[in-house]
Ligand binder design. Structure first.
Ligand code: BMA
Length: 338
């Protein structure tokens, strides 16, 4: 196992917003943990689909079980959000005989002007990743394909590459990885968003110096002239970690990492920062919430002036925003470090 530095910091070019951009206090229905949102620019507005785990409190958890809904928020500036009155999915409406148990961790990609959601999907027979169409008003989800079980995190690239749709994904190959968490980041292509193949390894957990457990896709990649700027999440476990959240112990820490993938062949990593892009630091990232020390990006937007907005769930409890200049993010991936 790798020796992990005890303290990690976000990259210097990262500016975190002073407070979360969305919390349970902004939600007009039953809400508790608001996190792991997908964000995209669509028809002149910012659209956010967020995860809401609700039901228990710190006192009643885990006796009271979480329910999960997906909510919608829109914004003119990507900072101030207006939450829709109704959820777009709520697993309290599912029937026991439904195979799906819940949908969560949505990511939005707009391809050829059409929005798609990638979501994690718990079923009675395993966890899957699914791709869904969503209507113009972001109200009706229509699942068009789902992976085989033991795959969960998926993001779509915003355009076809060499005539094919492309996704990053993270299967859970327990059997072939020694029976414990050693999970890596992969890429697959598809002619139609339904049939997926040509699967290739992109980045292995052992390539990331601050991960000893698993890595996985975060926000959908953004295109730059130097390559696909791609964030991922990277997890380390330390069994000495004590109570840091609602559970008796929470032993994992999630950071965000960043890499640059080749524009024509995104299985090729052009460069990766050896240090985390975003690490847990602020009060709401490290001292409060359901599972502390969790940074989980789900949306990334490149503005016309070169600013990149990165949206991330913090502590599985609130939704946050960090910004950086695109050239600084590219430099993190390409600069040689000692
Ligand atoms: C992962 C997912 C994420 C979550 C993270 C930390 O396995 O369930 O939704 O943010 O764990 O709890």
């Amino acid at each position: 196992m790798k020796i992990l530095k005890p303290k990690l910091h976000s990259a210097e070019c990262i500016i975190k917003a002073e407070k979360p951009v969305l919390t349970k206090d902004d939600i007009p229905y039953d809400a508790s943990l608001i996190f792991n949102a997908g964000v995209a620019k669509y028809k002149g507005k910012y659209i956010m689909v967020f995860r809401n785990d609700y039901g228990p409190t710190e006192k009643t958890y885990p006796k009271v079980r979480f329910k999960t809904s997906l909510g919608l928020a829109t914004s003119d500036d990507g900072i101030n959000w207006k939450v829709s009155e109704k959820t777009i999915f709520d697993n309290k409406n599912l029937l026991p005989e439904d195979e799906i148990k819940r949908l969560y961790d949505p990511r939005i990609t707009v391809i050829d002007g059409k929005p798609y959601l990638c979501m994690a999907m718990d079923t009675h027979h395993g966890v899957r990743g699914c791709i869904a169409e969503i209507d113009d008003n972001f109200e009706k989800i229509n699942i068009i394909s789902a992976s085989a079980p033991d795959n969960r995190n998926m993001v779509l690239f915003p355009e076809k590459i060499n005539g094919k749709y492309v996704r990053l994904e993270r299967p859970f190959p327990v059997y072939s990885r020694g029976g414990k968490d050693r999970f890596d980041l992969w890429l697959s292509t598809s002619p139609d968003l339904v049939f997926w193949g040509e699967t290739e390894l992109v980045l292995a957990v052992e390539d990331v110096p601050y991960a000893n457990d698993k890595i996985g896709p975060a926000a959908p990649p953004i295109k730059t002239d130097k390559g696909w700027l791609t964030v991922f999440h990277a997890v380390d476990i330390d069994n000495k970690r004590r109570k840091n959240g609602w559970e008796r112990t929470w032993k994992k820490r999630y950071c965000a990492g960043i890499m640059l993938l080749d524009l024509n062949d995104p299985t090729k990593v052009i460069g990766m920062s050896k240090l985390p892009l975003i690490a847990p630091e602020t009060y709401y990232e490290t001292q409060s919430g359901f599972r502390q020390h969790v940074i989980f990006p789900g949306g990334m937007i490149l503005e016309d002036d070169g600013e990149v907005k990165i949206y991330y769930g913090a502590s599985d409890t609130v939704e946050c925003l960090a910004t950086a200049k695109v050239e600084d993010l590219i430099a993190l991936c390409t600069e040689k470090r000692k």
